[in-house]
Design a protein around this ligand. Structure first.
Ligand code: TYM
Length: 336
């Protein structure tokens, strides 16, 4: 049975992740780590946002295997599919259905201002499709269907969250109290993990330079090698500073992975050089990611067991999603 807010009186949490490539350390520290921790306190719904992934051209076999792998990572993180709702977005058709409804309450102008749309349009000038443009409306549907109070995301999703809030408020102003207005839940450490090769950019799975990012499923040697090669800054002090973006990024990562404060990290490496520090960060990250990779590799072997879980997850999700969707449809005036 579903955990509805009425039954549990817990705040509702929703978040999703795209299976558009290998998941990164940025995804882990900016979002997934929080997802796992929040399950003990909140009523959580998490999805693999596969519909979002096709705004950029995907190779079918690769997309399929990425969807499985992303779902397996969610389980490997320790997100309990019985306690929470864990599913694959395309298996709950209310997401696309509500997205159409909401798109009629969203302005062309506000979508045009989305920085991610502008960035991705530049990156894929030959495929600036309508889906890429209206992507934040689908994301608003994901969030609003589950009456979500909190949405754990990294900083790059803040603008999309704002739009989801604006759409909810606009709809509610016309039709009454239909949608819960969600709030972003952004971690203190790790909200924006930067590229290991160019700290002016965020760490991203779409970066062509594989040394710039760590995949959650990277092996220990690769992780340590990439950290050894990470760009640092002039000087030799391990200190958070604006003119030390490379070192500051590594301190942030080390702090997020170990739970130590940045001041403690600075103290720990006082008098030590960048070499020692980079090795320590690499080892700490490798230690944190190893158990996830190990569990993922076991889970992915049993597709039948996974199928049972994602089907049950979609059923649970749809039970909640359908109620919200029909409520919104009815308010607008459709015959049900
Ligand atoms: P996606 O798939 O790009 O990323 C998933 C989550 O990881 C966070 N993240 C980062 N955090 C810190 N540093 C980084 N370098 C970094 N890179 C990624 C993202 O902020 C995100 O929280 N549109 C979303 C997926 C989505 C969604 C939703 C999220 C679809 N529907 C509904 C929340 C609610 C996206 O593309 O995330």
């Amino acid at each position: 049975m579903c955990n509805t807010n009425e039954e549990t009186a817990k705040k509702r949490v929703l978040s999703c992740i795209q299976p558009s490539g290998l998941l990164t350390l940025g995804n882990y520290l900016g979002a997934l780590k929080n997802w796992t921790e929040m399950q003990y306190e909140f009523d959580c719904t998490y999805a693999v946002a596969d519909l979002h992934a096709i705004t950029v051209r995907q190779e079918p076999a690769k997309l399929r295997s990425q969807i499985y792998s992303t779902f397996a990572i969610l389980l490997a993180l320790g997100i309990d599919p019985d306690k929470n709702t864990v599913f694959i977005q395309s298996q709950v058709p209310e997401h696309t259905a509500l997205s159409w409804l909401l798109s009629c309450y969203t302005q062309f102008g506000e979508m045009s201002r989305m920085t991610q749309f502008k960035d991705k349009s530049k990156k894929h000038p030959d495929n600036i499709n309508v889906g890429l443009f209206s992507y934040p409306v689908l994301m608003a549907a994901d969030i609003l269907l589950y009456k979500s109070d909190l949405v754990p995301v990294g900083e790059d999703q803040k603008q999309h969250l704002e739009i989801a809030r604006d759409i909810a408020v606009r709809f509610n102003n016309i039709y009454g109290d239909v949608f819960t207005v969600p709030e972003a839940y952004i971690p203190k450490a790790g909200a924006r993990i930067r590229s290991l090769q160019d700290p002016s950019k965020k760490m991203s799975k779409s970066d062509d330079n594989v040394n710039a990012w760590i995949a959650i499923l990277d092996g220990r040697d690769d992780i340590i090698r990439k950290f050894k090669r990470a760009v640092t800054d002039s000087g030799s002090e391990v200190r958070m500073a604006e003119d030390k973006p490379g070192v500051s990024n590594l301190i942030t990562i080390y702090s997020a992975v170990t739970g130590k404060s940045t001041a403690d990290v600075e103290r720990e490496f006082e008098g030590k050089g960048y070499g020692d520090f980079k090795l320590a960060v690499g080892e700490a990250v490798a230690d944190a990611l190893a158990p996830i990779k190990q569990k993922h590799d076991e889970i992915i072997k049993d597709k039948k067991a996974m199928e049972q879980l994602y089907k049950a997850g979609a059923e649970k999700a749809e039970y909640v999603a359908r109620k919200t969707y029909f409520k919104a449809m009815k308010k607008v005036g459709f015959v049900l």
